[in-house]
Design a protein around this ligand. Structure first.
Ligand SMILES: C[S@@+](CC[C@H](N)C(=O)[O-])C[C@H]1O[C@@H](n2cnc3c(N)ncnc32)[C@H](O)[C@@H]1O
Length: 356
């Protein structure tokens, strides 16, 4: 089936990388058909249920839709008339226009007109509040113009994707799961969205064993735990060790083991399928991050002893530490890296590693 994915545009590379990584984890074969800002069109060997599973555990994907047809704004009405709507609309429905980048489109008029047409053809009622089926007209492939002040705006759209919503992001999950709402909070806690993305980049499957050896308040383990995984964590600080246990229990997880331990002395009695971690950033760039680099290097050696051969590590680090140097002399290689600009003097690098 062909699908259209609406990605978050808050980062240039992470949303797509997370999506593709999760497709691989779920063993869904895919071909990328087209890409536009915030949009990726794919052909996938998957059922509707597979796509619901895919979409229900992604941090940077807003919506996944079944592609019904593709057209241009000029030919929209004609294309809408060519579709057998009884195949798609079998219950109450609504039509929504989505303009990628907010270009000038008469949203209300199009929604009203196309909604009226589909109502007539499908014989189903329109429901704006609790429609079972949402038909989305996604205006994309924009043609941009730059004015004399170098401001960019959309002159026109060259494509409309006629689609049916399969799944949209549960924003409530990220809202309810904000770190300061947990029983134990510490300012260094990672945002649930990034934690989830890192879990996905580490290719975590249902029922895997997942390790975060710098677990802090447990933010990464919480996102991994949603996949029914066995969770292993450690932290050198006693209050973090106790706090993360409190947070994991509060989420209702039972299958977890947290240790009060320095990662360099890590001893496990089992191997792990995946590692996701956010080690400390060290004290200052002026020291060249030497101590931090050493800690990362030793941590990777300790962890790789327990990582299964086909497992992945996803780690966050500051831009001033060169991970190529860190992995030297380990059994690991870097697969991909993504940058997240935090502020003027800090960019976080998200790296995915696997065994050589
Ligand atoms: C950036 S924080 C992790 C935050 C975590 N992702 C969260 O959401 O709360 C890094 C953590 O690593 C721990 N840590 C520092 N050095 C360590 C070591 N050698 N072994 C294990 N944990 C360590 C710190 O106590 C801190 O809790």
């Amino acid at each position: 089936m062909e699908i259209t994915v609406v990605l978050s545009q808050e980062n240039e590379t992470l949303p797509k990388a997370e999506l593709l990584s999760r497709l691989e984890t779920l063993d869904i074969k895919y071909t990328i058909l087209n890409e536009y800002p915030g949009i990726i069109e794919l052909d996938v060997g998957a059922t509707w249920e597979d796509i619901v599973e895919l979409g229900s555990h992604l941090g940077y994907t807003h919506e996944i839709l079944k592609t019904i047809s593709k057209t241009t704004p000029e030919k929209l009405e004609e294309s809408i008339e060519d579709i057998d709507w009884t195949k798609y609309v079998t219950d109450s429905f609504k039509v929504r226009v989505k303009r990628m980048g907010g270009g000038d489109v008469d949203k209300d008029k199009i929604e009203r007109n196309i909604g009226g047409f589909i109502k007539q053809k499908s014989n189903m009622p329109v429901s704006l509040d609790d429609a079972i089926c949402t038909i989305k007209l996604i205006y994309t492939n924009p043609e941009q113009v730059v004015n004399e002040y170098k401001e960019v705006s959309i002159k026109k759209y060259n494509k409309v994707i006629i689609s049916q919503l399969i799944i949209e992001q549960d924003k409530k999950h990220f809202f309810d799961n904000k770190p300061h709402k947990r029983p134990y909070f510490h300012p260094g806690s990672m945002s649930p969205k990034l934690a989830l993305c890192m879990v996905n980049l580490a290719h975590v499957h249902n029922n895997d064993t997942v390790l975060d050896p710098f677990c802090g308040t447990g933010g990464i383990l919480i996102e991994a735990g949603i996949l029914n995984t066995k969770l292993i964590g450690s932290d050198i600080e006693k209050h973090m060790y106790e706090g993360s246990k409190l947070n994991l229990a509060h989420e209702g997880f039972e299958d977890f083991k947290i240790m009060w331990e320095d990662v360099r002395k890590l001893e496990l009695d089992e191997t792990v399928d995946a590692v996701a971690m956010d080690p400390p950033y060290g004290i200052s760039t002026t020291l060249g991050g030497d101590n931090t680099k050493e800690l990362y290097h030793e941590a990777l050696i300790a962890i790789s002893n327990y990582l299964k051969d086909d497992g992945y590590i996803c780690m966050a680090s500051p831009h001033y530490i060169d991970l190529n140097e860190v992995v030297e002399g380990t059994s690991l290689k870097i697969n991909q890296q993504h940058a997240i600009r935090m502020h003027k003097s800090l960019t976080r690098i998200i790296t995915v590693l696997s065994k050589k």
